[in-house]
Design a protein around this ligand. Structure first.
Ligand SMILES: Nc1ncnc2c1ncn2[C@@H]1O[C@H](COP(=O)(O)OP(=O)(O)OP(=O)(O)O)[C@@H](O)[C@H]1O
Ligand SMILES: [Mg+2]
Length: 344
């Protein structure tokens, strides 16, 4: 499969009055065309920062560390739209308005934002907002854009006569479907979906995710599915990347993550969520809480909560180990623990 996105050593830190928040530190992964990658981890571990870091839609206090690469279809988006910071050595600042970057955002990489339920402007009709997005980026007439919205509504399962409704006239599930229509409107190569269904009830969530998977296959779009719910990615994702405290701690195929778990954090995360097959098992909350990213622990960031931690874990940052081709884990004891861990 052809490689679409290659992230190398991505580090994004937020400047705050007391220092830095090390939100994303040295994250690397690749995605092929048409593939879905799940990005999972507890709240605050840097998933949204990683996702938005790709298109650099980040708050103004975000800085990208020199050496970070986001290569999308051959172009390094970091080099494209950031410049060396004069204030902070070793960091790059994001340019607020960048004409080249505009060609990538929405048109080639679209996003479903966390909390998308409120993403539509309440004073304009939903359909008009999608039409507007198409007109801004593509050289088409208003009539053609409207026709495209009609097709998209059919695709995502909203009745055509709802195009001229205002956001408040939509149910939560409908708004979510409309967001998916918006994300598909410009035929992107990649969709970054940040907790796209978290606010919905389980039945609607299931249905919408199923539809997303079908659409994605049909349109051959790649997707990064960001969620804290591992059962969601189990069904949807080819590959899964597990984040903890700004680090990518394990990545592999969905099968490898679930059946050949190679990081104690992944094991803990799998135990904390209900099984996808509905098997009865005791859920086990992960003891303690994630570290303050303004002051991450020395050594392995998971060590203070890890039941397998030894002295070295508290002292030295673990290396990234390739346990089998494409299956990597950031743990000092990966080889010893491999085969012993398991969430199910
Ligand atoms: N603008 C900001 N300034 C300072 N710190 C920030 C800023 N935005 C996010 N952070 C911090 O960066 C870290 C990563 O946040 P991020 O939103 O990427 O996590 P997340 O994994 O998406 O969490 P959630 O599951 O809750 O959405 C957190 O510690 C968060 O408090
Ligand atoms: Mg988030």
């Amino acid at each position: 499969m052809a490689e679409l996105l290659k992230i190398e050593n991505l580090s994004i830190h937020y400047k705050i009055s007391t220092g830095w928040v090390y939100a994303v530190d040295g994250v690397s992964f690749t995605i092929n065309r048409g593939e879905t990658m799940g990005l999972v981890g507890e709240s605050g571990c840097g998933k949204t920062t990683t996702g938005y870091g790709i298109t650099q839609l980040l708050p103004s206090n975000a800085y990208i560390k020199e050496g970070s690469k986001v290569i999308f279809d051959g172009t390094d988006l970091v080099q494209l739209s950031t410049f060396p910071s004069k204030k902070f050595e070793g960091y790059r600042k994001i340019e607020e308005y960048h004409p080249e970057m505009r060609k990538f955002r929405w048109k080639r990489i679209s996003m479903i934002f966390q909390g998308a339920m409120n993403a539509f402007n309440p004073v304009y009709k939903v359909g008009d907002q999608i039409i507007e997005a198409i007109l801004t980026h593509e050289n088409v007439t208003e009539e053609e854009a409207r026709k495209r919205v009609e097709e998209l509504y059919k695709l995502v399962g909203i009745p055509k006569d709802r195009i001229d409704n205002y956001p408040h006239e939509y149910s939560g599930g409908m708004k979510q479907r409309a967001m998916i229509a918006m994300a598909l409107a410009l035929n992107p190569d990649l969709i970054i979906a940040d907790e796209p269904t978290t606010a919905l009830d389980v039945v609607t969530q299931d249905r919408i995710l199923g539809e997303m998977a079908r659409l994605q296959k049909r349109e051959n779009v790649a997707m990064i599915l960001i969620t804290h719910d591992v059962s969601v990615v189990a069904e949807m994702a080819h590959h899964i990347a597990v984040m903890y405290a700004g680090n990518l701690v394990e990545k592999g195929t969905a099968r490898e993550i679930f059946k050949e778990t190679a990081h104690p954090y992944t094991e803990a995360l799998l135990k904390a969520f209900p099984s996808i097959k509905g098997e009865k098992k005791r859920l086990k909350a992960i003891p303690g809480s994630p570290p303050d990213l303004a002051n991450p622990p020395k050594g392995c960031r998971f060590a203070p909560r890890c039941p397998y931690a030894k002295d070295i874990c508290l002292e030295q940052e673990p290396p990234v180990i390739e346990i089998s081709p494409g299956h990597v884990t950031k743990c000092h004891f990966a080889e010893e623990l491999y085969g012993e861990l398991g969430g199910e």
